[in-house]
Design a protein around this ligand. Structure first.
Ligand code: HEM
Length: 218
């Protein structure tokens, strides 16, 4: 493709959107398990009547968690085995992130970036940590429902508390992630690349100049 650079492979795109879609379903059904929807009349909205039944909401939460956790495990092995570590933080990422965020709101100049912006690398580790907490505590919650695995009431409460709290942090991280993509015009080409795999060469030259130099060298 002329004047375009490949940013994401089809596998990465499918992986991202499976995680995103199942993640949204998990957030929605997770809140439904609390349960919240009857109290706030969500169950009255046409098409949402099924959320009134705890059993329905839990089944959808279970199915989405199998899809989500499978995609996360795939992500770890696929990128780990390919030694694809562009999203892992580097020294100096915190101070560079402050400059990138400042530049997004018109303060100062953005420092040159690799394939990912420094704040994307920090966000990746943060969201990864929350996902691992959610997954481990979620699996413990499933296991303790089996009759031959018994947890003490204290261990069960602590596990549930960590699952619920990390769920709320996940909602917060999700809002920041989607918000930074949608609210800042400078990030829109990244959204296009997460849909098509390609990004404009001019954009890479300016925003990801260190990545651009590397591509040209190879
Ligand atoms: C639970 C839901 C989601 C999770 C866990 C998730 C996670 C991630 C991760 C880990 C990355 C790579 C690192 C980063 O840019 O921070 C990424 C990239 C991206 N995400 Fe999401 N995401 C989710 C939902 C969404 C949604 C709904 C959108 C739509 C606005 C979106 C748009 C993007 C874009 C545009 C990128 C590409 C950034 C680039 O090419 O540099 N994500 N996502």
């Amino acid at each position: 493709m002329k004047n375009k650079i490949k940013r994401h492979s089809l596998i990465e795109i499918i992986e991202h959107w499976i995680i995103a879609f199942s993640g949204i379903v998990l957030l929605f059904t997770g809140l439904g398990c609390l349960p919240l929807y009857k109290r706030y009349y969500i169950t009255e909205i046409p098409g949402f009547g099924w959320t009134a039944d705890f059993y329905n909401v839990t089944i959808v939460h279970y199915v989405a968690s199998v899809v989500f956790v499978s995609a996360v495990i795939f992500h770890i092995f696929y990128h780990g085995l390919r030694r694809d570590f562009a999203l892992l933080p580097k020294r100096g990422d915190i101070s560079k992130s402050i400059k990138v965020i400042g530049a997004m709101i018109g303060l100062g100049k953005e420092p040159p970036s690799e394939k990912y912006l420094p704040e994307q690398r920090i966000a990746y580790v943060g969201i990864g940590f929350i996902i691992i907490l959610l997954t481990v505590t979620g699996i413990i919650k499933v296991l303790k429902n089996l009759e031959w695995i018994v947890l003490s009431p204290l261990a069960e409460s602590i596990n549930t508390l960590i699952h619920t709290l990390s769920g709320f942090i996940f909602i917060f991280a999700f809002i920041i992630h989607v918000g930074t993509v949608l609210l800042f015009r400078s990030n829109w080409p990244l959204l296009k690349s997460m849909l098509t795999g390609y990004i404009d060469e001019e954009y890479v030259k300016h925003r990801h100049s260190l990545w651009y130099e590397e591509i040209k060298k190879n």
